[in-house]
Design a protein around this ligand. Structure first.
Ligand code: KDG
Length: 368
């Protein structure tokens, strides 16, 4: 994106009604509060002509491009198809959603940029590669921060998650809530990873995220950041020894074909963020925004349930497919977490915003 476009996006604000719809109704069935509304401003002159939002009840013929890196058979792919169904049904067939799976529109960063430029309407990236755009997403990347999905839901659907979503509009993006990528587990082709020492020397692909990189480095591994679409080939060619992802992704992307060991490290939880292009969003009528945000929330609930239900079967299937699976004891996880506290968590909490980090930890303490 060129500088003029960036400046223009940074200068844009959303008419207050639209923002309430994006951040309020988008998460209204969850526990978060409506967003603070910035004052409406005239868009700057060089803005592409966006059609003004019309009155309630106005639904136009539109086509949405929705892209993701995962495959269609992944629980998230199934749920994106559910989103399509909901939008098409709620709009009486006027709004069409075309889904593009398996990174056919590019990786998470590329699709996010396409949204900012108004070239694509929706994507559902992991929050981790987005820290270059909204650094606060990084607080979700800390190892062992969430003990279970219930804690993740409470933080993401609560005020902390909402505050991070509110950073998106100034970057040309609108966030309609969080779906689940999930707890990540390590696979590799060398040996089981059951202790802190077992990480040493392993070449591991990570997402494009400094916390992940630094954490694996601190454990003595050799991390390489890489877009998701390149992972299978990198594992197959042995350019890297391992990677880490939730079980559904390991299965859907057939990493078991090129990885022998699956260690249930559950070292970090990754959210997906439901992103809409702000250029597109601002063209929609309140009625159209409502259809999209309600469908995102409804399909998101379905997605979390489906992902959680499939975990057990995914593990069974991966074992059946020949992966050698091992657990990591709580004691060992604690040792790893302690080793990462100072060089990773304390260091990056300062960078991402200590107040927000403290707020998250305070909320988590209340839940425990
Ligand atoms: O589009 C989603 C995927 O590309 C990605 O976010 C999956 O967790 C993931 C990874 O490891 O890159």
């Amino acid at each position: 994106m060129n500088r003029m476009m960036k400046n223009w996006i940074a200068g844009m604000t959303i008419p207050s009604l639209l923002l309430v719809s994006a951040c309020g109704s988008g998460t209204s069935t969850q526990t978060s509060q409506p967003a603070q509304q910035p004052k409406a401003e005239e868009p700057k002159k060089e803005a592409p002509a966006a059609e003004p939002a019309k009155s309630d009840g106005d639904i136009k013929e539109r086509t949405i491009k929705f892209g993701i890196g995962l495959n269609e058979d992944h629980p998230t792919g199934v749920s994106i198809n559910k989103f399509k169904e909901l939008v098409e049904q709620k709009s009486g067939g006027k709004i069409k959603v075309n889904n593009y799976f398996s990174a056919t529109l590019g990786d998470d960063i590329k699709m996010t940029e396409a949204l900012q430029g108004g070239l694509q309407e929706i994507t559902l990236p992991s929050t981790s590669p987005l820290v270059g755009t909204v650094k606060e997403f990084g607080i979700f990347d800390f190892p062992f921060i969430f003990n279970n999905e219930k804690e993740a839901d409470a933080i993401l659907d609560g005020p902390v998650g909402q505050k991070v979503l509110e950073k998106l509009p100034e970057h040309g993006l609108v966030g309609l809530g969080y779906w689940e990528n999930g707890f990540r587990n390590l696979t590799n082709s060398k040996h089981p990873v059951a202790t802190m020492d077992d990480f040493k020397g392993l070449k591991i692909r990570t997402m494009q995220n400094n916390v992940h990189l630094e954490a694996f480095k601190t454990l003595g591994a050799n991390p390489t950041p890489m877009a998701f679409s390149e992972v299978f080939t990198a594992l197959e060619s042995k350019a890297v020894d391992g990677q880490e992802n939730p079980l559904a992704t390991i299965k859907s992307n057939k990493f078991n074909e090129v990885q022998e060991y699956l260690s249930l490290t559950k070292h970090v939880y990754t959210p997906f963020v439901f992103l809409v292009s702000k250029i597109f969003w601002d063209q929609l009528s309140p009625e159209e925004q409502k259809i999209i945000s309600e469908s995102a929330v409804e399909a998101g609930k379905f997605q979390r349930e489906l992902t959680r239900q499939s975990n057990e079967k995914d593990l069974e299937d991966l074992k059946q497919a020949g992966m050698k699976v091992n657990d990591v004891s709580d004691e060992e996880k604690k040792k790893i977490q302690e080793a990462l506290q100072k060089p990773v968590i304390d260091k990056y909490a300062k960078e991402f915003g200590e107040d927000l980090f403290k707020e998250m930890m305070g909320e988590l303490a209340k839940l425990r």
